[in-house]
Each structure stands twice: as C-alpha cells, then as structure tokens.
Design a protein around this ligand. Structure first.
Ligand SMILES: C[S@@+](CC[C@H](N)C(=O)[O-])C[C@H]1O[C@@H](n2cnc3c(N)ncnc32)[C@H](O)[C@@H]1O
Length: 337
C-alpha cells in the first residue's frame, strides 16, 4: 500500500481525494478556502505536484481538466490564482498521453475522512481504453470495487481465496492488504492481462518469492502483501486441466467480479466453480453489475440447472472504496447442494 498525505487545511481533503479518485471535475465541490494562495499551493502540492503523481504516469488529460476547473472556480470567486497553478498547467500541456497510466484507489472509511491526515492507497497500472488487445481485463471494473468493499467488512481470517478473472487485481490487493486472510490467488487467462496483473501485484507487494519471466508458466508470481501470501497464476476456465485443484491446493472461497457478461463463458466459468466446490471450497462469491437483465437471468438459471444453490447477499454501498451507483451491483454466494 502507498500513502497519500492529506492537507493541513482539512476543508480541502475531500478535493484531494476526489482528484485521486478521478471524480468528474464538474462534480467536485471546490472550497472557498481556496481563495487563499497558501491553500492553493497546498492543494497543488498534495495532488498534481505530489511526489507520487510526479513519479507515476497518471492520466494527464484528467490532471489538465482538474486544473482547468479549479482555475475556473477561482475566477468565479474573483480569487488571485497562484503562479504554481499556471506552471503546473504549462507542464501538463507539454506532456504526452500514454497508452497505460496509473490509477489510484484510496481506501478508508468514508465517514472518517475529516479525522485523517493520510490515507492508504493502491496504485494500479491500467489501460487508457476500456477494451484493448481483445480483452476487457486491462482496467478495473466497478464490481471489483464492490467485492473489495464487501470483503473488507467480512470475516476472512486465515482464509485462502482463489479469484477467477482477476483483471488488473484491485479486489485481491485490497483484500490481501486490509483483511487477515492467509492467501490470495489471482488468476486470469489473457497473456496481456496476466503481465499487467503481475506488474500490479509485484508493485503493491512487500516480499517477492517467485517472479517467472515466462508468461506461459501456470504460476508466474508469488510473494506476500503484509502477512498474506499472494500468487498470480494462469487459469483459463475453457481449458481446465484435471488435477488443477490439487496443484492450486486447498481453497476456502472463490471470488469473481464482473465475469458473467458473456453468455458463452457461463458454462466454462460454472464448471470451474463447481470443480472447486466439489473439492472442498465452501462457496463462490460473485459480484456483477446488472447491465443486461437477460444475461443475469440466464446465468442464474444455468447455476440452478447445474445443481448449485444461489443466495443473494446484501447490496453494498460504497464505504471503503468509491464507485458509481446506479447501476446496481449484485453479490451472490454460490454453494453446492
Ligand atoms: C470485465 S473483466 C473483469 C476484471 C476484474 N475482475 C474486474 O472486475 O476489474 C473480465 C475478466 O475475465 C477474464 N476472463 C475472460 N475469459 C476468461 C477465461 N476463459 N478464463 C479466465 N479468465 C477469463 C478476462 O481476461 C478479464 O480479466
């Protein structure tokens, strides 16, 4: 986990967090304390000019919009604009856009923001495009934030969790750093997703044990995040090998987020879940956005016809992480009869 320093002027902390969470600039509530040149300097030093932002490539067009909107607000309240804002603006305009950039996920109890001086954040490298190289796995989807939020509040002491279709790894990194679980196994199938996933796990890790160069190996990374062992493995639901459960070892829970969007993948996904449930895994926890009612209905129906039991868990609201609602995010628990 990385640390984000908040401001000594508490009123601007929500603006700092909005910047890191890339809140739409039109929805940011700018504070009148920003009339002061000192407060403007502080906001800049904690956001666009902070060490973490200068070290990581973060979405440059968002940073430009943030500064533009801030300057527009200062104009509307007739405030003098500090020269550091103009300098940063010039620097950002001469920078070039990248195909991948770093995204910050500050994690803290939303109600407690006023009492904090710093917050923990996960930093992930992600693609600038929603779909690229034929996969949806190169960005973080909302359901994984909801799954992480649900998991942080759940008792996961000593549990081993296997995640299917981990994408860039947000859910697992939040769970491994903020819950007392014992082991978290990230998996995916696409080679670009696996290398980005490995990069992200490695960069948020405290100890590295295996760092495999060959992405075709099943286990390409292992290490630890705090006291939790972490692994990154290749696991393709369409090419399930006999004996895979033994290779992976005992798993208490399966996690999966935003993996039911494609009806062609339902059967391979359910077969994978079923195989682990038959080998002693207690339940699969699946989070998904309801984008298409029919796809969700078909998925539930297939689970039932394969003799699996579904329980809808309580709908979570953003609490530690932040995602947009609506759409509604469902979390279901799947067990074997
Ligand atoms: C929409 S993304 C969700 C990623 C991540 N769980 C999240 O919520 O941010 C779906 C993920 O499922 C993975 N996936 C698709 N088909 C798969 C398969 N046959 N085996 C394993 N993973 C698969 C994709 O590579 C992608 O990472």
């Amino acid at each position: 986990m990385f640390i984000l320093e908040l401001g000594s002027t508490k009123q601007i902390n929500s603006v700092i967090i909005d910047f890191f969470r890339k809140k739409h600039v039109k929805d940011i509530v700018w504070k009148e304390e920003l009339e002061s040149l000192e407060v403007q300097k502080e906001l800049l030093a904690k956001t666009v000019n902070s060490k973490l932002v200068l070290e990581c490539h973060i979405d440059i067009s968002y940073q430009r919009r943030f500064l533009k909107c801030l300057m527009h607000y200062l104009d509307t309240i007739n405030a003098t604009i500090d020269e550091t804002l103009y300098k940063a603006f010039g620097r950002l305009y001469s920078g070039k856009e990248e195909k991948y950039y770093h995204v910050f996920y500050p994690i803290f109890e939303i109600d407690k923001l006023d009492s904090l001086t710093e917050v923990n954040t996960i930093i992930l490298k992600e693609s600038i495009n929603i779909i690229s190289n034929g996969t949806t796995g190169l960005i973080t989807w909302q359901a994984s934030q909801a799954l992480a939020d649900w998991a942080i509040k759940t008792s996961l002491e000593n549990k081993t969790i296997l995640e299917l279709g981990s994408g860039v790894g947000l859910a697992g990194l939040a769970v491994s750093s903020l819950t007392p679980c014992n082991k978290y196994i990230f998996t995916d199938c696409h080679s670009d997703v696996l290398s980005l996933l490995k990069y992200n796990v490695k960069h948020n890790c405290d100890e590295i044990l295996v760092d495999e160069k060959n992405p075709e190996e099943d286990m390409i990374f292992s290490g630890s995040v705090k006291d939790c062992k972490v692994e990154v493995r290749k696991l393709d639901w369409e090419w399930l090998r006999e004996g895979i459960c033994n290779e992976i070892g005992p798993v208490d829970l399966i996690f999966a987020a935003d993996v039911i969007y494609d009806e062609f993948l339902h059967l391979p996904l359910i077969n994978t879940i079923r195989m682990f449930l038959e080998n002693g895994t207690k339940a699969a926890i699946i989070a998904f956005v309801e984008r298409n009612e029919e796809t969700v209905r078909v998925f539930r129906e297939k689970l039932a016809t394969m003799d699996l039991k579904i329980k809808d868990l309580e709908i979570v609201e953003p609490n530690y992480l932040s995602w947009k609602t609506p759409p509604i995010i469902h979390i279901i628990e799947v067990t074997i009869h």
